[in-house]
Design a binder for this molecule. Structure first.
Ligand SMILES: Cc1ncc(COP(=O)(O)O)c(C=O)c1O
Ligand SMILES: N[C@@H](CCOP(=O)(O)O)C(=O)O
Length: 468
């Protein structure tokens, strides 16, 4: 499989190099040159497979030529063996034909574990083979950070730097990152917001002099391997609900547009999906695009669903690439304009195409809490605020009652006690492996929102805490 950049100028790479790349050299994101497509018969034949075996079948074409079948099977089995539920991603019924796909049974209790448990193992495999050390820089609004640290903490060849917005993640999320101690793990609290952190990661790819020759790797969903692993659970959910013989609808709590983009790819790979709903919080740039062709920067508003407090959605670029007939130069032009003006809209026919692909809704904090309370009253289930946004959007945007509706349950409610309690519901207890989280020692450095300061820090600590 070869991968090409959404901005049309970077060289095409194989999977191994894309895994180690992050952003393409022209500033674009990598996407497969040709998406694999499965027949309905082939997808149907996967019914009843354990999660890791399904994952092998869905992802095999993406890694072909870089990772052997035997190695990939072994890596996948180890990846999903660490999940706390035997089904890995169980479905829980909320209402008639309405289900939550629980993606929070991995070690850090959010959907990010599906990809980052795998990414850590893939990196380990490839770096050991190459005898190479890398530096990882990641930005997090709360969940990617802990999942990345958990996924990579045992990788001998990696130093990982995770930036989170100071005082803007929940206490549980922060502690899940800062209490993992190791001389290759570096938590940085940036005096800024998530977009500032994300921007610094991207800028570091553009100018890597501070790394003195060490390769920079991404763990955010700009890294193709993240998206690839997130495609699998759409197949998994559909197969349990009568797919592919029938269509399934999905509602996806959305921030960086990675998770729902994986659903869009699952549909393009042959899975019958009748509806994909983009569910945002008050930070609703994607909803404003889908509903009015206005992808315009706004102020970032802190919300009760902090992981989705994102102003600019990285993976939107991958959609723009498809909407523009995979013309990278046209995408580069559009994004140059966006960088200069903070505004972007597309030609009318392209926007009409986007509207056919996605429905959308923005849900504020009040409606989020009301939905947590509504679901708790009806079912006894406690939702986290991000999943609640998905449920609200599913209920308000649903087209066909006869089609099963699956809401992606992206995080465990225990990570967001503040929102749950605001909804009048008692927050659950931390699971056994995190029971003493609030007593553990924390290690974190607060830094100014300044690229040079961050790069100096990385340079001074990037070799197991010592200078590069
Ligand atoms: C709990 C939770 N839900 C939803 C999202 C949104 O996912 P995406 O950024 O892939 O759109 C995130 C973070 O991105 C998250 O951490
Ligand atoms: N919600 C994320 C933000 C980063 O998104 P990513 O999917 O691109 O890593 C988080 O919790 O950190």
């Amino acid at each position: 499989m070869r991968y090409i950049s959404t901005r049309g100028k970077a060289p095409a790479l194989n999977f191994e190099d894309v895994l180690l790349a992050g952003l393409a050299s022209d500033g674009g994101l990598y996407v497969p040159e040709n998406l694999p497509r499965f027949s309905v018969e082939e997808i149907a034949s996967w019914g009843g497979l354990p999660y890791h075996e399904l994952a092998f079948r869905v992802m095999r074409p993406f890694v072909a030529g870089s990772i052997s079948d035997a190695d990939f099977k072994q890596i996948l089995e180890a990846t999903y063996a660490g999940f706390a539920h035997s089904a890995v991603a169980p479905l829980k019924q909320l209402d008639a034909n309405e289900w939550v796909l629980e993606l929070f049974h991995g070690p850090t209790l959010a959907f990010k574990d599906f990809a980052l448990q795998l990414l850590g193992r893939l990196l380990d495999h490839v770096l050991q083979k190459r005898g190479e050390r890398v530096v990882i820089m990641g930005a997090t609004s709360g969940d990617t950070g802990s999942a990345a640290i958990e996924g990579c903490k045992a990788c001998d060849n990696v130093d990982i730097f995770i930036m989170h917005p100071h005082n803007r993640v929940s206490a549980v999320q922060r502690r899940q990152m800062t209490t993992i101690l190791g001389d290759n793990i570096h938590n940085i609290a940036i005096e800024g917001n998530f977009d500032d952190c994300q921007e610094m990661v991207k800028a570091s790819f553009a100018d890597q002099g501070f790394l003195k020759g060490t390769r920079l790797v991404a763990v955010n969903s700009i890294n193709w391997a993240r998206i690839m692993a997130q495609i699998v659970y759409y197949f998994h959910a559909a197969l349990q609900l009568g797919g592919p013989a029938r269509s399934i609808a999905f509602s996806v709590p959305t921030g960086n547009f990675g998770d729902i983009f994986a659903g869009y790819l699952a549909r393009n790979m042959g899975l019958p999906i009748s509806q994909l709903i983009v569910a945002t919080n008050r930070n609703d740039i994607l909803h404003r695009f889908m509903s009015g062709n206005r992808y315009d920067k706004d102020t970032l508003h802190p919300s009760l669903s902090p992981s989705m407090d994102i102003m600019v959605s990285s993976n939107f670029e991958r959609l723009l690439f498809d909407l523009h007939g995979r013309n990278g130069l046209a995408v580069a032009d559009l994004l140059d304009g966006f960088k200069a003006s903070g505004k972007l809209s597309v030609e009318e026919d392209r926007w009409t195409e986007a509207r056919k692909l996605f429905d959308s809704l923005a849900v504020d904090d009040e409606a989020t809490c009301a939905t947590i309370a509504e679901v708790y009253k009806a079912t006894g289930e406690v939702l986290d605020p991000h999943t609640a946004i998905g449920v609200r959007a599913a209920r308000d945007c649903r087209r066909h009652l006869a089609t099963p509706m699956v809401i992606l349950g992206t995080a465990h409610p225990v990570k967001f006690p503040e929102a749950v309690e605001k909804a009048g519901v008692t927050a659950p207890q931390l699971p056994v492996h995190l029971a003493d989280l609030h007593e553990r020692e924390e290690r974190c450095t607060v830094l100014a929102n300044d690229l040079k300061v961050v790069q100096q820090f990385v340079s001074a600590h990037g070799n197991r805490g010592k200078p590069l």
